[in-house]
Design a protein around this ligand. Structure first.
Ligand code: ADP
Length: 402
């Protein structure tokens, strides 16, 4: 059974075709700059065949899907013989709001539901609906489609964790609350962590750190999220590539008034010009900041100090929330690759007996996972490469098999 996993953005379409018999990725790639001049198509098959930067005219998501199908069916270098080899499509959907607590088979009502949540995630959910509709245009209505929500895993949070202390009417009127994101990643790595611990997930207390361009930390008790750092939007939490994370709200009103910025200009500043980019003045990419820090750049060094400190503060607070934890996970671009930050964060917990094996830590990069703490460490620390696409494909298979 082959399942196509789709992550539709406003001008992009990421895809992976996964063979569910052995969970092998048969093909993956991305359509970029959909709707503008010079669309770019990248395709890589399991046989090593690649298409890169070959411009196809892609005016909309339907064109992009047609392009993906054409490449997958290519008689010489394709990965499937017939379009009917694809058993179902799983779509990543960022915002499921309070409507969707788990993955669902998509029907007309679900499309309307995802549309109704557009005010909470204007760019993402609008693009997801476009992706779902385009998928139907190309594959027909009979091919099952499944929606897997970034927020769903966090739907077990109690009200004391998800409510914001603003007048209650805004929760009732607009659904202003913490939703959390990266749920599919946190669910995947925490499941894997339970396997590595050799325990039923119900008997685990785990803190999962997804550190990428966007970052979030989640406290997971018995497989259920009890708190997470991202909030109403992915801006909440701690410093990210270009996002601030949590701030004194007065910083927002102060800068807006002084600089004469509109709400949307302010949102741009907080989401796209702040975080590691804003503090370092160098880049949002941690590799560039590392290079500058190695040369002694004081702002690059400060950025790293702030990042590790903020991550440690979240982990520390979640230890209290969980009443102790047995495992900390690092995942995503920074979590999987930047061994020095893992060391820097874990140093804050040295007093309670957390110890990192530096040799193993330095070797656990570039897709390699495993335990990086010493055998006598009081808390196990793991690097677990995330795989959101695989979880989307598994959910899709499970729902269509029911
Ligand atoms: P996204 O949130 O866009 O999926 P990623 O999970 O790819 O982002 O994380 C991007 C971050 O991870 C960047 O700051 C980058 O510096 C870092 N990163 C990614 N790959 C590596 C690597 N091989 N070595 C060091 N850092 C990396």
């Amino acid at each position: 059974m082959d399942i196509l996993v789709i992550n539709a953005g406003s001008s992009s379409l990421k895809f992976q075709l996964i063979n569910m018999e052995n969970e092998e990725v048969l093909a993956k790639g991305i359509c970029e700059r959909i709707g503008s001049d010079g669309s770019i198509f990248t395709f890589k098959s399991h046989t090593g065949f690649q298409i890169k930067d070959k411009p196809f005219p892609m005016n909309n998501h339907t064109d992009a899907f047609n392009c993906v199908v054409k490449a997958m069916l290519d008689p010489e270098n394709g990965v499937i013989k017939n379009i009917s080899d694809i058993a179902a499509v799983g779509h990543r959907v960022v915002q499921g709001g309070s409507l969707y607590r788990e993955s669902v088979l998509i029907d007309d009502d679900v499309i309307k539901g995802i549309e109704s949540l557009i005010p909470l995630a204007p760019l993402h959910n609008k693009a997801h609906v476009e992706g779902i509709v385009a998928c139907r245009n190309v594959f027909g209505k009979d091919l099952p489609e499944v929606a897997v929500f970034d927020t769903a895993f966090h739907s077990t949070m109690p009200p004391k964790a998800y409510m914001y202390p603003v007048p209650y009417e805004y929760y009732e009127k607009y659904g202003i609350r913490r939703y959390g994101f990266h749920g599919t990643s946190h669910r995947y790595v925490s499941g894997k962590c339970a396997e590595l611990l050799g325990k039923d997930i119900k008997d685990t207390k785990i803190i999962s750190c997804h550190l990428g361009n966007g970052s979030s930390i989640t406290a997971i008790d018995g497989g259920k999220v009890v708190d997470t750092s991202m909030g109403l939007t992915p801006l909440d939490g701690f410093m990210m590539g270009t996002r601030t994370g949590t701030l004194d709200p007065s910083v927002v009103t102060f800068i807006a008034e002084k600089e004469g910025l509109t709400p949307s200009e302010m949102s741009d500043l907080l989401n796209k010009k702040s975080g590691m980019l804003g503090v370092s003045g160098i880049s949002s990419d941690d590799r560039d900041i590392c290079a500058a820090a190695a040369k002694g750049d004081p702002r690059a060094i400060l950025t790293h100090q702030m990042l590790e400190y903020e991550i440690a503060k979240f982990i520390g607070s979640y230890m209290v929330v969980l009443g102790g934890c047995e495992a900390i996970i690092f995942t995503a671009g920074i979590g999987e690759n930047q061994a020095s930050h893992r060391t820097g964060v874990c140093k804050y917990f040295e007093y309670m007996g957390v110890k990192i094996d530096e040799k193993i830590n330095n070797e656990t990069i570039k897709g390699k996972g495993g335990l990086i703490s010493t055998p006598d460490s009081t808390i196990k620390v793991f690097v677990i490469p995330t795989n959101e696409e695989l979880l989307i494909a598994r959910d899709t298979r499970d729902l269509i098999s029911k």
